[in-house]
Structure formats: structure tokens, C-alpha cells
Design a protein around this ligand. Sequence first.
Ligand code: KIV
Length: 278
Amino acid sequence: MSKKITPPDIVEMKRAGEKITMLTASDASFARMLDASGVEIVLVGDSLGMVVLGYDSTVPVTMDEMIHHAQAVRRGVQRALLVGDMPFMSYQSGVRDAILNAGRFLKEAGCDAVKLEGGAEICETVKAVIRAGIPVMGHIGLTPQTAGQLGGYKVQGKDADSARKLLDDARALNEAGVFAVVLECIPDRLAKLISGAISVPTIGIGAGVHCDGQVLVTHDLLGMYEKFVPSFVKTYVNLAPQIKEGIASFIKEVKTETYPDPEHSFTMQVDVGELLKK
Ligand code: KIV
């Protein structure tokens, strides 16, 4: 295994002009595959509430659910930086809650850092969490936990005022001490401007090619979440039809007694007829 990646390594990658990759995981098997593939950051994103737990949004996700999944992911990750996503109401309720909940990601799940959604308004919280010794990643633009307030799952920063606010938010987070900022669903030229204006890396999702890195929800990139596919997602492998085909074959072979065949069965040394006589 090569050296474990730390937040300063991620900042250094921006300085060196090397693109950063981040993907989500919610279980140990996927975490192991991501880590072995060489992704630099594994995010236990609260998107798992939708793609794994079946909620309609990320809002219902609890701290206990996040810790449970983060613990599993930790068992599969050796090299990548492991970031735990703070769920809705785990930090909005106050600085003390934020520190204690961020601390749970490190103490109970072995995460290396946490991610918080929000801009200038959460900077005091961000600073307090960092002062407690916990590295923080920011997340601005389309922030799914407060999508309702933003008018739904829409591109942010399209007009001058909202673009200016996002630039100010990114600068405030940079100043507060985050080691990276996720930019979600913003125009590519605004992402370029923000990336040039802050010293820490930007990690884009629906934010164009000029970000310092890119993140996707792994279920989306592998075509495993059919309920909704955002337009910025590139499906690199479309697994859902292949999974369904495999399952349909299993059902058919069981019904027709084609599976298990002798190759997938165990043989016995003694004659069964002899056994019954004893
Ligand atoms: O929850 C998540 O998966 C995220 C990424 C999309 C950045 O926050």
C-alpha cells in the first residue's frame, strides 16, 4: 500500500496541478474497490439516504445511520482520505452539537475528516470543529439538505447576486480553514472563478471541468440508481440492467433445476443407500 492520504496532501495536489478524485461509498466491499482503484478521497455521503436507504431526500438521514455505514466503509479503506458527511441537524443546531457529532465520525468510525453543507453562515461552526482538531471539507452551491430553501434541485449561482454570494461563501470557508470545498451544480465559469480565488481545492459535481477535482455518487456512475439520474452524471457502466439480468437467470435456473448443477454441488464418498441401512 502506498502512503495514506491526508488533508494537506489534498491541498498539495491543487498546488501541483494534479486533479483530485472523490467517490462515495456506503459499505466495505465498494470501499475496498474504490481504494484499490486509486481514488484519493472516499466520501460516506448522506446521499446514501437515497441510494441505499430508500429515502426521498437526504433530510431524514440520522447520525447513527451515518456512523453505521462509515464504520463499514472504514474497514475497506486503507489509503484514501475518508470523509464523513454530517447529516441534516447534526451541526445546524449549535457549535457544541457540531463538535460532538463531528467527533463521533472520528472516534466511532475512524473517519479522517467531515463535510458540512453551507457557506459564510456556518463558518463559526466550521472554525470550532477545526479548533477541536477535526479537518473539515465545505460544500456550497446546490446543498441537498436545504434544497427546499433553494427552490429545489436546481443549478445555483446563475445570476450576478447569487454568483457573488457563492464566491464570498467559498472565500469565507477558505478563511475558516477548510481543506477543500465541494461545488455542486453551478455554472462552469463560476466554478473556474471560485477555483482561482481560493487556495484550497474545489471538488466539483455538476460544476464543469475547471474545478480542482471531481466527485460523483458511485451508484450514479455505475448506473445502479434508476430512480433519478441528474443530467451532469456520466454513467460509466450501466449495471442495473446487468444486475437484473443476472437475477432473472438465477430465478429461471432454480425453477428449472438447472442450478445448482453438479459443478456447484458437493459429492459424498459413501453410498446414500448404504447409510440408510445402518
Ligand atoms: O452526499 C453526497 O454524496 C455528497 C456528494 C454528492 C458531494 O454530498
